[in-house]
Design a protein around this ligand. Structure first.
Ligand code: AMP
Ligand code: MG
Length: 340
């Protein structure tokens, strides 16, 4: 299949948004920019189109997708129960990088939900996906537009590297502002539960949901065959081909640890540079962890061009946006954490 490029930066924006919408209405699959990462969108009402999304990504069928909506009327179409907590979160965090899991309606294609009675829903802030939802009139199921297991795509070039020839089109827009996937919170159970950290931080969530619990899969590897609340958490994720290790410690200790290690690469903060004498790449500054979020996936892809046997990644803090980055990196490192 030939993958159409729909350029919305230097091309005709309205025309290309309309083409993307028409492809989606006729059951096609299209990669679109969002403020978090690029998503691979299909109609959330079309079981066949959703199956093609799973196929193109090589994604396990039991790992459900997030449904993207553009307004509260669409929320009522896909969720059959909307608790007060959902309204509060929508007011506080939508549009934006926040996803809520609620009980689903029958309108949502079964394959979107991985066999669950619930659906994950997000109202993005990126204008182009909002315009495509509006223009098509469809809620759009969209996982990250990468090959399953690879780092998530934050530019359309990343998308093409993974999926060129496997999907109908790519909407070529700006690089993603946030850089890590949305915060996912389950709101249908007794207590709200953080399933995946993102740019909406745990600290922000606590202001709206004081009794929120943090799922243990946020920090640790789920046990084999354990029932997990968010199926995505049990799969290998975000991995470069180079063997990755996550290293916790100060700039000086980190540098001392990596300096002199043969055939290795350090992925570090700008604060570490003055201490490092081995090959390294910087992925942001620890004084502003949103820079780490924005660059982490791109850096994980670049690591594989360096011909190193191992990459040692300096771990961010586990607070604020740092927690989201930490959560992605422990998966990229297959839970190999070195504490200095
Ligand atoms: P991605 O599409 O790659 O951003 O991943 C979506 C994440 O949301 C995965 O970790 C899913 O397991 C999670 N998710 C989606 N739908 C549900 C649901 N109904 N219940 C729990 N987690 C969900
Ligand atoms: Mg993903």
């Amino acid at each position: 299949m030939k993958t159409l490029r729909l350029d919305i930066i230097s091309g005709d924006y309205d025309k290309n948004i309309k083409i993307a919408s028409d492809i989606l209405k006729s059951g096609g699959i299209v990669a679109v920019p969002t403020e978090t990462v690029y998503g691979l969108a299909a109609s959330a009402l079309d079981d066949n189109a959703i199956k093609n999304v799973f196929k193109a990504k090589g994604r396990p069928q039991d790992n459900p997708l997030i449904v993207h909506i553009s307004g509260m009327d669409m929320l009522r179409k896909v969720a059959r129960e909307i608790p007060d907590t959902a309204i509060k979160c929508a007011k506080a965090f939508w549009p934006g990088p926040f996803t809520m899991v609620l009980k689903r309606t029958d309108l949502v294609a079964e394959s979107v939900c991985g066999g669950l009675d619930t659906v994950a829903i997000r109202m993005p802030s990126e204008q182009s996906i909002r315009d495509i939802i509006e223009c098509s009139g469809l809620p759009l199921a969209a996982p990250s537009a990468n090959t399953s297991g690879m780092p998530s795509p934050t530019t359309y070039t990343h998308v093409l590297n993974d999926l060129d020839g496997k999907i109908d089109a790519v909407v070529c827009g700006n690089d993603c502002l946030v850089g890590v996937e949305s915060t996912v919170v389950s709101l249908f159970g007794e207590k709200p539960r953080l399933l995946r950290p993102g740019a909406i931080t745990l600290e922000q969530l606590k202001e709206v949901l004081p009794d929120i619990e943090v799922d243990k899969a946020v920090f640790a590897e789920p046990e084999k065959n354990a029932k997990v609340s968010s199926p995505g958490m049990k799969y290998k994720h975000y991995s470069p081909k180079t063997e990755a290790f996550l290293v916790e410690g100060s700039s000086k200790d980190f540098a001392e640890f990596v300096n002199g290690k043969e055939n290795s690469l350090a992925l570090c903060f700008s604060e570490d540079e003055e201490f490092i004498s081995t090959k390294y790449m910087v992925y942001g500054t620890k004084s502003d962890e949103s820079t780490l979020a924005k660059n982490v996936f791109s850096a994980l892809r670049d690591v594989d061009n360096e011909n190193a046997t191992s990459v040692y990644i300096h771990a961010p803090s586990k607070s604020g946006v740092g927690l989201a980055v930490y959560n992605r990196l422990i998966r990229a490192a297959a839970y190999k954490v070195i504490k200095l």
